[in-house]
Design a protein around this ligand. Structure first.
Ligand code: FAD
Length: 416
């Protein structure tokens, strides 16, 4: 049992947000830094899990830190222990082994847990989720004995699971509730580009279907839909979102909505308590409202800023979200706020037929978001245009012209 009685900085969750924060604190401040994680591993990349499951990279390439990294920085990593109770009044947490840790400053960085199915048959051994490397190991172990896969959920994890099964040569059906891919972010034409890519790789895509139950006879199952259709499978992947509500946070009386509510410094509603990464519903200065984002670069940047503030700085978070995910070579990018709000003008650049299709969202004369399919360079430049709030009122025709280099809009405003 490690001596866990009293630390200056306590971090709950050893993912990218928690680890980056610990590293940042250590660079700025003395004192004891402890990370408590319920997983048995040092930091690894969740982003690389699909490539590992698909058989494209070996398991060791998923890991980002080894034990030496923590030792060298004098960061204590307590594994396989969860925080089960938080008492902000006496600045302490209780761990699953019954021990108590007192803290000076606390960071909550517990990320999210894969949402579980609750329908009849959900406990079938053929059902798999993908959030942790242990989940990934279980899927890898199950794939050799499988021949037919069904994936429930058309979000990013569902897409990745379908890719993994297809890359192992399994007959794969991807079942979505929605009428096309990601209707809250993409128009139907963008969704159709994703569908074509998946179909080109042998994946059967079914829309507007809702799982009602899973019937199985042990090794073989049927995913039965509300409308009566059923899809046979011997492995069933589930990607229906994550939950970022952790019961001990609610019990502690912190402000929560979908996540833990914080200000732009990642301060939560109790003294000396911060929250960052997927779990934080932070005040987003770039959007002027509260926001929760579930992607890697945000979690990392949030961990960085939260760490600085825990060590005594007053650094507000002002990060324009910008990320690209690639499925079978199709780069799907989002910059800024990728949800077209009612007052948004949408400028289309390229076309689905040309293979490269960007939708740029303009509001009050500046770009505030974009969805970018197969134009990663546009993604980066649009991110810069958003960050610098470059006026584009006069440049609508250029924005719509795929031959026009968007970088020149930066240069025209005196930027290199
Ligand atoms: C398969 C997969 C692929 C992804 N691909 C991409 C991608 O391509 N691009 C992208 O931008 N994002 C991607 N993401 C999302 C990205 O990985 C997350 O946004 C990021 O990992 C969030 O980091 P975090 O540190 O906030 O939380 P997490 O990484 O979830 O880490 C939180 C840690 O806290 C632990 N924990 C939870 N509760 C407790 C407790 N009570 N006590 C102790 N420990 C606890 C958890 O077990 C976990 O280890 C992917 C996610 C997955 C699962």
């Amino acid at each position: 049992m490690p001596d866990t009685s009293s630390v200056d900085y306590l971090i709950v969750g050893g993912g990218i947000a928690g680890t980056t924060a610990a590293d940042g604190i250590r660079k700025k401040a003395d004192g004891r830094v402890m990370i408590v994680t319920d997983e048995p591993h040092p930091l690894y990349s969740r982003v690389r899990l699909p490539d590992y499951v698909a058989g494209q990279i070996p398991r060791e390439r998923v890991f980002m830190k080894d034990e030496g990294w923590y030792r060298e920085r004098n960061i204590q990593l307590v594994r396989e222990r969860s925080v089960v109770r938080l008492s902000p009044a006496d600045r302490s947490v209780q761990l699953s082994d019954g021990s108590t840790v007192r803290y000076g400053t606390l960071l909550l960085a517990m990320g999210g847990a894969a949402r579980r199915l609750s329908c009849e048959g959900a406990d079938w051994s053929g059902v798999h989720y993908l959030r942790t490397i242990d989940d990934a190991d279980r899927i890898r172990a199950a794939i050799p004995a499988s021949s037919r896969a069904v994936v429930i959920g058309g979000g990013f994890i569902g897409l990745e699971l379908a890719r993994c099964f297809a890359q192992h040569g399994r007959e794969t059906t991807l079942v979505l509730m929605e009428p096309w891919f990601w209707p809250h972010l993409l128009d139907q034409e963008s969704g159709a580009m994703i569908e074509r890519t998946l179909r080109d790789h042998g994946i059967d895509v079914r829309y507007s279907e809702q799982l009602q139950s899973i019937r199985n006879d042990g090794s073989f199952g049927h995913a039965v839909m509300a409308g009566g259709r059923s899809f046979a499978c011997d492995i069933l992947g589930v990607g229906i979102g994550i939950s970022t509500l952790h019961p001990f946070v609610k019990d502690a009386g912190l402000d929560i909505r979908k996540g833990i509510v914080t200000d732009e410094h990642f301060r939560a509603s109790a003294p000396s308590v911060f929250a960052a990464g997927d779990v934080a519903e932070f005040f987003d200065l770039t959007r002027g409202r509260s926001n929760q984002i579930g992607n890697w670069s945000n979690a990392m940047e949030q961990g960085k800023v939260a760490g600085l503030n825990m060590a005594g700085e007053q650094t507000p978070y002002r990060f324009v979200s910008n990320y690209v995910i690639t499925v079978f070579g199709l780069a799907i990018g989002f910059a800024g706020d990728p949800t077209a709000q009612p007052a948004t003008e949408i400028i289309k650049r390229g076309s689905p037929e040309s293979g490269s299709y960007t939708r740029i969202f303009v509001r009050d004369g500046v770009i505030n978001g974009a969805t970018v399919l197969n134009a990663p360079k546009d993604n980066v430049t649009i991110g810069q245009l958003i960050k610098q709030a470059i006026r584009v009122d006069h440049a609508r025709a250029q924005l719509a012209d795929p031959a026009f280099d968007l970088k020149s809009l930066l240069q025209a405003n005196g930027n290199p």
